[in-house]
Design a protein around this ligand. Structure first.
Ligand SMILES: O=C[C@H](O)[C@H](O)[C@H](O)COP(=O)(O)O
Length: 250
């Protein structure tokens, strides 16, 4: 497969992100893959760079589905063909970033408030791949990502959901506030986000935690992704890549 290399050479953490992204694209975006999901965050632009480097000929027959505003811009600015999940409900592969990944490849996602669309595109893909730098590779969720589980909620229900989360033991759960706007973060779907930290004990069984939060009325989606990853690639500081594969075939 032809790969035209880009010229910019990132350093530090960005180099680790690029390494993970390039490796994942080389191993999982194959010539026969035509419907491809593009995730969100600061690692994903390297994924798009590497896909573009596969050349116009391969990419002209492909459609790329975004997980939010940011990835939509990435796709359009790269000159790739944009599609959406309502046109293409089955994807060959989706590549996305993560905020933290545990030893069983469960993930926390939603640091950029994109977890709803990300989960839809993850579930809809034959293969879901994670790319991240070494800081995201943990034994247990909540080890390095202290901000908590990002939870997308219907705006009018957020106070009720916060009460329930406090009752569940997430005493410091808060509504995520915007940085350069007065008021809360509003997602690409017009909803709010709550960040809910839990004790280490609760992160030992992320699937159970996910189901408990998801049952709260007003919750739209939870940034816990359990038993979904086929492979995760972590770029390391020494220039190597750690690949972790799902134990059971998904
Ligand atoms: O909502 C955002 C996403 O879940 C991102 O994929 C996640 O926050 C990781 O982003 P980054 O690659 O910037 O660490």
């Amino acid at each position: 497969m032809q790969v035209e290399q880009k010229q910019t050479i990132p350093t530090g953490i960005d180099a680790a992100k690029q390494l993970a992204a390039f490796t994942a694209v080389d191993e999982h975006i194959l010539p026969h893959h035509k419907i491809i999901g593009i995730g969100s965050g600061s690692t994903v632009p390297f994924v798009v760079d590497r896909i573009v480097a596969q050349g116009k000929q391969l990419n002209q027959d492909r459609v790329f589905l975004p997980t939010g505003f940011q990835s939509k811009e990435l796709i359009v600015n790269a000159g790739l063909r944009l599609g959406d999940i309502d046109q293409y409900p089955n994807l060959d592969v989706t590549i996305d970033g993560a905020d933290e990944v545990d030893r069983n490849l469960n993930c926390i996602k939603g640091g950029g408030a994109c977890q709803l669309r990300e989960k839809v595109l993850a579930e809809a893909a034959e293969t879901w791949i994670i790319v991240a730098d070494y800081r995201k590779d943990s034994q247990t969720l909540g080890t390095t990502w202290k901000q908590g589980v990002p939870i997308e909620v219907a705006p009018f229900a957020y106070v009720r959901v916060l009460q329930h989360l406090h009752d569940m033991g997430s005493k410091t759960a808060v509504l995520r506030m915007a940085k350069a706007k007065a008021g809360p973060v509003v997602t690409d779907n017009g909803n709010f986000v709550i960040d809910a930290p839990f004790d280490n004990g609760r992160y030992q069984n992320p699937k159970e935690l996910l189901m408990e939060i998801k049952m709260l009325t007003g919750v739209v989606e939870v940034g816990l992704f359990c038993n979904m990853v086929k492979a995760a690639y972590f770029g390391n500081a020494d220039g190597s890549v750690t690949a972790r594969l799902a134990k059971e075939p998904l």
